[in-house]
Design a protein around this ligand. Structure first.
Ligand code: SF4
Length: 181
């Protein structure tokens, strides 16, 4: 009897380890960053944001698509209805984090700063935790944009070739991708 119980325990332990390994492998395949996870969201609780939010301190303005209340915090929600991806894009994470900062600066008086935001793509809703690392990346990005705004020369980014080929500034740019530069 004892050896049967031991065998069952061992079987349960091995099954749990296999499930754990499969979950880790799946997570690695989807490429989700540590601050992001896929969740089920009650979209009926989302409220439209009518006016842009403005932060004088960060010289930042913008409007999340929706906000939702959660545990005394106001959570920003950004919807990209045509985007299909298994992991959130870094630029979308930064946009969402900027909305988090704007909410903290404007709507957040007397409340906790938003601990996370929601990013809805066509087939999934990602919860993005506003970790110290995400916040530091956002503040660095805001600083870089501010520096570039007054710089005499800023090298173009060609990270998104499709966007470059459809860009309305191609004629004046001089660094458009098809120019071979
Ligand atoms: S055409 Fe110039 S400004 Fe437009 S995306 Fe390409 S590099 Fe950027």
């Amino acid at each position: 009897m004892v050896s049967l119980l031991a065998a069952l325990f061992l079987l349960a332990l091995v099954s749990a380890l296999i499930l754990f390994a499969l979950a880790r492998a799946q997570r690695a395949r989807t490429g989700l960053p540590a601050s992001a996870r896929i969740i089920y969201a009650d979209t009926g609780a989302w409220k439209k944001v009518e006016r842009p939010l403005f932060s004088r301190r960060y010289a930042l303005s913008g409007k999340p698509d929706y906000i939702v209340e959660d545990g005394g915090s106001v959570i920003p929600v950004e919807v990209k209805p045509n985007r299909i991806a298994s992991a959130p894009r870094e630029s979308d994470v930064m946009q969402l984090a900027a909305y988090g900062l704007l909410i903290e600066e404007t709507l957040g008086q007397g409340r906790r700063a938003p601990p996370y935001g929601l990013l809805k793509y066509r087939d999934a809703v990602f919860q993005i935790d506003f970790t110290e690392a995400v916040r530091a990346q956002l503040v660095d990005l805001i600083d870089a944009i501010r520096r570039d705004a007054t710089a005499r020369y800023v090298a173009r980014s060609h990270a998104e070739p499709g966007r470059c080929r459809a860009c309305g500034y191609r004629d004046a740019c001089g660094q458009a991708l098809d120019d071979g530069k």
